[in-house]
Design a protein around this ligand. Structure first.
Ligand SMILES: Cc1cc2nc3c(=O)[nH]c(=O)nc-3n(C[C@H](O)[C@H](O)[C@H](O)COP(=O)(O)OP(=O)(O)OC[C@H]3O[C@@H](n4cnc5c(N)ncnc54)[C@H](O)[C@@H]3O)c2cc1C
Length: 480
């Protein structure tokens, strides 16, 4: 681990050193269910990437050269971090998904004396990874659900309320019941909001007819029921937005698994994908898998061929593009996205509707003392995934503990891997390693890559096993 170039600004130093005096910790209304046993100080591992060595280089298709740097694990092992003088400090985390729950657990593990409060409206979190398998009837919803008992057991205060925004001091988070939680540092991890205003005709009512299923839960099950009820020779139409959006390979994994379902259950049915892009993640791999597994079943229409959906006619189950209208018996609209509304309310989102952050600390570029992790953040090349959210949360937590103890944060090398099932027992993947460069996170040249084209069945099957292991590992690491 090399010390990062960042030094706390005089203002940040003053705030962090004297934070508890200037902004005393206070809680002004009830509303939490706190249990506070002591926390073990055990090691914290980076999410397992069991598929090390499978990838070929992105540039040349050659033999694996991927460097798995395990930055988070390295950073978290630093002894000074464990001694962080954060005893009086409170860090509030808003949003209990892969990013927020990981941030809360990491903070508490690194600095057991730190007061960590997690604000999350839902008592049970429903995970999106593997929800495409639920849609295709390959998996139960129960396997997607996770609670917060382990976090409480570790001494994290979990408050099941929605956060509303910052108060006038900018040092306290307001909840929907009027509670104000003061903090020395705030972590925002609200995920995404669906851009209902960005696609004419598509609003929450339309989503009850044409599901998005891009936030897992009732929408996932609605799409599954619609597919099951569809006529033998029906058409499924999907619309996919332009970048950036949550889980770049997710729509194409969904298309693969829907095609698998149709092949088995409705062999005369067709799937049409209307895409607002001409290039998508793992494109050649997906298209090779589609040609091999689902010949003639999937039609993909990219931007230049008229794939961009410009409006929706929910009553007619029709998607409108510049080139025409496409009706489906089942229509899955994945709309454009933006950072969760809380980010906007806290002033950390910019005109892009996402939240620019410093890649060393994930501190907001707009509001000092507030860190943004997970899908809501933008910082360059790193995509929006649960893997990335988990990695970013660890980096932010380590940086916060460092800053609170007056030390420079370490320079991170986060990594990301996204697996996609193309059939129940087949998967492909993409991996990237990133480093801070010019105020962003940039790809580390020569690291990362995608699964090889033309791999044999056993290779694809092995990746499906790794995908399953990855999900179980990251879910356990995030929620216990
Ligand atoms: C179909 C699909 C498949 C996917 N597959 C994969 C995959 O295979 N691998 C992978 O790595 N990623 C995958 N992803 C992406 C992954 O789900 C997201 O990147 C990840 O969930 C982002 O985590 P997050 O914590 O930033 O956001 P979220 O998981 O959305 O969590 C945000 C949390 O914030 C809470 N919240 C919102 N507003 C407030 C508020 N005002 N106050 C308090 N809390 C609030 C929400 O209730 C929620 O619990 C997939 C996504 C989809 C849609």
């Amino acid at each position: 681990m090399t010390p990062g170039p960042l030094r706390p600004s005089p203002r940040a130093k003053q705030r962090d050193a004297g934070g508890s005096r200037d902004f005393p910790i206070r809680r002004e209304a009830a509303g939490s269910d706190t249990r506070r046993p002591t926390l073990g100080d055990g090691p914290f591992s980076a999410p397992m990437d069991p598929r090390e060595g499978l990838h070929r280089s992105r540039e040349h298709g050659g033999v694996a050269r991927r460097h798995v740097l395990g930055v988070a694990a390295v950073a978290l092992a630093a002894p000074w971090v464990r001694r962080a003088a954060a005893a009086e400090a409170r860090v509030v985390v808003a949003g209990g998904g892969f990013a927020g729950a990981t941030a809360a657990r990491t903070l508490k593990r690194l600095a057991p004396a730190l007061q960590v409060t997690l604000v999350e409206p839902e008592a049970v979190y429903t995970a999106c990874p593997f929800s495409n398998a639920v849609i295709a009837g390959l998996r139960d919803m129960e396997g997607q659900r996770f609670g917060y008992t382990a976090l409480r057991r570790e001494g994290i205060e979990v408050v099941h309320r929605a956060a509303r925004g910052l108060d006038g001091t900018m040092r306290a988070l307001e909840l929907d019941d009027g509670t104000r939680l003061s903090f020395q540092r705030l972590v925002l991890a609200p995920g995404i909001d669906l851009g209902f205003d960005a696609l004419p005709g598509y609003d929450p009512a339309a989503a009850e007819i044409l599901p998005h299923a891009w936030r897992a839960g009732a929408q996932t099950l609605l799409l599954r029921r619609q597919l099951e009820a569809m006529d033998e020779g029906g058409t499924v139409v999907m619309s996919v937005p332009a970048n950036p959006f949550r889980c770049p390979p997710g729509p194409y994994e969904r298309a693969s698994l829907i095609a698998h379902f149709l092949k088995l259950r409705k062999p005369r049915a067709k799937l049409l994908i209307l895409d607002a892009k001409d290039i998508f993640s793992k494109q050649r791999l997906f298209q090779q898998e589609w040609a091999r597994l689902y010949p003639g079943l999937i039609e993909w229409v990219g931007l230049s061929k008229g794939g961009k959906v410009t409006s929706v006619d929910a009553g007619a189950r029709t998607l409108v593009t510049e080139f025409g209208r496409h009706q489906g018996q089942v229509v899955n609209v994945i709309p454009p996205q933006r950072a969760g509304l809380l980010a906007e309310r806290c002033g950390v989102a910019d005109r892009s509707l996402w939240c620019p952050v410093d890649p060393l600390t994930f501190e907001s570029r707009r509001v000092p003392g507030v860190h943004v992790v997970g899908d809501a953040a933008i910082m360059g090349a790193m995509p929006k995934s649960a893997f990335a959210a988990n990695a970013q949360a660890k980096i932010a937590a380590a940086a916060i503990v460092a800053l609170l103890s007056g030390r420079p944060p370490a320079e991170p090398r986060p990594l990301n891997t996204c697996y996609s099932l193309t059939a129940p027992d087949r998967a492909i993947s993409i991996a990237g390693v990133y480093r801070p460069l010019g105020g962003q996170l940039a790809d580390v040249p020569g690291a990362g890559g995608v699964s090889p084209l033309d791999a044999d069945d056993s290779f694809r099957a092995q990746e499906a096993v790794y995908a399953d292991a990855w999900f179980r590992t990251i879910a356990h690491e995030t929620f216990g």
